[in-house]
Design a protein around this ligand. Structure first.
Ligand code: ADP
Length: 768
């Protein structure tokens, strides 16, 4: 069998590509005929494919791919490769297409989206950020137009009308978070016409592993204005004076911090002789714990940056600043006090949804990414998605070297700097991946000291991200970056205009160096995948040390090794330990994911019940019918005095208010329950069972309760100037809302313990 044919057959455990590959000759055979058509005729041919329902018959699939290929050639001057068409077919079958960086996923995703759209489905192409959503929609615009499909994009700045317009298109590009925020806001409207997101049909998810696995647990939150929490500056000053180990201890994973007895004494004294554990005043200890958490566990430039006088969170899985994202109130205020910046607006959580629940709303899901196979099981377990491993257009010739292991961080750094020096001399472009922002800055500093100038790509300058990445392949470039997922620009050798390509290929192409292995091998793969695009030459190597977090936290042993004079550990057993530590870390992440998933399942079911009911109130007068039944006399009286429409309007507003208010409170109850339960039942019973045992009965009376409260409010309604004044019965909407994401890892467990500890008192320990 020829190598090229064998490569097209697919991998074990993945979707069988043969049904797709066998259509390739027929697609090619249609090409000549299609070249003869005018642009208008080609469009017509595409639109004609809309005559039937999904799925496509083999014949129609062939036509779709052939027409799509010809349209791409005409509009983008890019003729989709066979492998890209395999990707298109896999996507149309609702799979995750694994395609390496630089293979042209954007184009493959476009043809698949158009394929769904032509058959009457609304398609959301979900990217990881606004920049990519806008770029891809614009870039692919002419192709969609020739296929007779409309396209739009949503970004953070879009107005309500722009959103409606974009979602009204056949295909809509949006960042996952932006879509989620729109969904949350839609759930709070009091007028059907204010909704922007239509019924979900199909989602094609870009960087699918990053969205579906890494970010799956992240809740997107809609918050509303409430009273401000005063930042406790005094508390921040008190903990600033505490000494590590003497006054407080941090657990191994840096997720939990606790005062020692000496620390307790010191704090009590500094606060003027209070008793932290007094039964009468339980408000001080939580404040101390928050301040301590902010001071010790949250590090500037690792977990957040301070910019323009504001504390901004760093999105950990992507190393970029996230707008409008904040921690839960107390913690946010504590960090603001620590950094001595102004207190920002605080609020209460009105509603939230996890990324996972958001995408599971779609009856049809598909995705694309460079690294899917290693999470194939999770994609199957959580999303019923199968992975199709699409071979690369040209064989990958990148050389992936084994990790180099050192005893200490300094030795690892020395080794990396020496390597950069050696490689840089030859003019080869170098890309260095770090674990976090602070590390990338330190490393750049260290390189500078050795006379090596680098460009740093991290959350502090993400505005220039695309151009920095685009130039990372130029002759002699050294680029230092945090995690690579979602940095959706590929690195071309010779820079963006590729003028110098030949010279860079001569040097051996992009050399990728990882400064430490990531918490999962998939993240390592994302970094490696930056080199060797489209058959380019390239190398990748990782530098690891025994004091890397990964090993400290997850290796069974970290002492007793032998080193060379440079501090290198060459023993195979120790090297195998690195992989082992990574597998343990992967297992833990999976466990966290699985747990969140199980909790959220119940919450989703309850939310669905409320939303279904809300829909009846919003669009079919259920609220009015209920108050008319529950408060017949008052209802008749008001209808007579005013008119039926006015009464129905008020009844609707009142009912929606009580439903929404009820949900907000229930939601708060559920998160408190969840946070508390781990500590209460630690090691004795399955916390999830306990959670369900308590959450289910509380919800039983939910709808009836909301209905009863609505009836009560209705009874008390006052008529003002011929109208029903709903504010007279306390019905008002938050004066302002905003959105944010809560990054689960590593804070959620820290936060859970923190909150748990506030309730549990002295000495309660971490749950993991
Ligand atoms: P990925 O997201 O898979 O890394 P992109 O969609 O960003 O890749 O595409 C990478 C580059 O390859 C883009 O510059 C694109 O214009 C180019 N490209 C994609 N498909 C083709 C093709 N069939 N022929 C030529 N160039 C292509």
């Amino acid at each position: 069998m020829a190598e090229s044919v064998r490569r097209l057959l697919g991998k074990p455990g993945a979707v069988d590509l043969r049904p797709y590959t066998k259509l390739l000759p027929a697609i090619e055979a249609e090409e000549e005929g299609l070249r003869e058509l005018s642009d208008g005729e080609l469009t017509e041919k595409a639109i004609d494919l809309g005559y039937a329902e999904l799925p496509y018959s083999q014949n129609d699939l062939v036509s779709l791919c052939a027409v799509g290929r010809e349209a791409a050639r005409r509009t983008l001057d890019e003729r989709p490769f066979d492998v890209q068409l395999l990707g298109v077919m896999a996507l149309l079958d609702g799979h995750v297409a694994e395609m390496a960086t630089g293979e042209g996923k954007t184009l493959a995703g476009t043809l698949a989206a158009a394929g769904f759209a032509l058959r009457g489905k609304r398609v959301h192409v979900l990217s990881v950020n606004d920049y990519l959503a806008r770029r891809d929609a614009e870039w692919m615009g002419p192709l969609y137009a020739m296929l007779g499909v409309t396209v739009g994009s949503v970004s953070e700045e879009s107005t309500v009308d722009e959103r409606k317009q974009a979602y009204g298109c056949d295909v809509t590009y949006a960042a996952v978070s932006e879509l989620g925020f729109d969904v949350l806001r839609d759930r709070m409207v009091t007028d059907v016409d204010d909704r922007v997101v239509p019924e979900p049909h199909v989602a094609i998810i870009d960087e699918a592993d990053s969205v579906l696995v890494d970010e799956a647990r992240v809740p997107l939150v809609l918050a509303g204005a409430a009273e401000a929490v005063a930042a406790d500056v005094e508390m921040a000053d008190v903990v600033r004076g505490l000494k590590p180990r003497l006054h407080y201890e941090v657990d191994g994973e840096g997720r939990n911090v606790q005062l020692t007895d000496a620390g307790i004494d010191a704090v009590e004294k500094a606060l003027g002789g209070v008793d932290l554990y007094s039964e009468d005043d339980t408000s001080v200890l939580p404040q101390v714990n928050l301040a301590l958490h902010a001071h010790v566990l949250l590090q500037r430039d690792v977990h957040y940056v301070v910019r323009d006088g504001e504390v901004r969170l760093i999105n950990e899985s992507r190393g970029r600043i996230a707008l409008l994202q904040r921690w839960p109130d107390g913690l946010q205020a504590a960090v603001e006090a620590k950094e001595k910046v102004a207190v920002s607006q605080t609020g209460e959580v009105l509603d939230s949804i996890t990324v996972q629940s958001l995408v599971l709303r779609y009856p049809t899901l598909a995705g694309m990414t460079g690294t899917a196979m290693s999470v194939a099981e999770q994609l199957r377990e959580f999303y019923e998605l199968e992975v199709a491993v699409v071979p690369s257009n040209k064989p990958n010739v990148r050389e992936d070297h084994g990790a180099l292991l050192y005893a200490t961080r300094e030795e690892k750094e020395d080794a990396l700097v020496a390597k950069v020096e050696e490689i840089h001399k030859t003019g080869r472009p170098i890309l260095i991946g770090t674990q976090d922002v602070a590390e990338s800055e330190l490393l750049a500093e260290r390189l500078r000291a050795a006379g090596l100038e680098s460009v740093v790509l991290n959350a502090k300058n993400d505005a220039d991200e695309a151009s920095i990445i685009a130039e990372a392949g130029t002759y002699g470039a050294i680029t230092v970056s945090t995690q690579m997922a979602g940095r959706g620009t590929d690195i071309r050798l010779g820079g963006s205009d590729m003028t110098d390509r030949d010279r860079v290929v001569e040097t051996g192409g992009l050399f990728v160096m990882g400064f430490g292995r990531y918490p999962s091998s998939r993240l390592d793969g994302q970094l490696r995948g930056r080199a060797g695009r489209q058959g380019d030459p390239g190398d990748s190597i990782f530098f690891v040390s025994m004091d890397d977090d990964l090993l400290v936290n997850h290796a069974p042993e970290t002492t007793g090794y032998k080193t060379t004079a440079d501090g290198e550990i060459t023993d195979e057993g120790w090297l195998a330990m690195v992989d082992h530590a990574q597998r343990v870390s992967e297992g833990q992440l999976l466990e966290v994911h699985r747990n969140t998933w199980r909790y959220n399942k119940l919450i989703d079911v309850q939310r669905e019940v409320v939303l279904e009911h809300r829909e009846l109130v919003l669009s079919s007068g259920q609220g009015d019918r209920h108050v008319a039944a529950d408060r017949r006399e008052r209802h008749e009286e008001l209808v007579e005095e005013l008119d039926a429409d006015e009464v129905a309007r008020a009844a609707k507003l009142i009912t929606l208010y009580h439903l929404d208010r009820g949900w907000t409170d229930h939601n708060a109850f559920l998160s408190e329950l969840r946070e508390g339960i781990h500590l209460r039942y630690l090691g004795r019973r399955d916390p999830l069972d306990e959670f369900n045992r308590e959450a289910v009965p509380v919800f039983k009376g939910f709808l009836d309760g909301a209905r009863a409260r609505a009836a009560e409010s209705f009874e008390e309604l006052e008529v003002v100037d011929g109208e029903l004044d709903v504010s007279s019965v306390g019905v008002k909407r938050p004066s302002m809302t905003w959105t944010y994401m809560v990054h689960d890892h590593p804070f959620s467990s820290a936060l859970e313990t923190l909150v748990g500890r506030l309730k549990g008192g002295r000495g309660t320990s971490n749950g993991d």
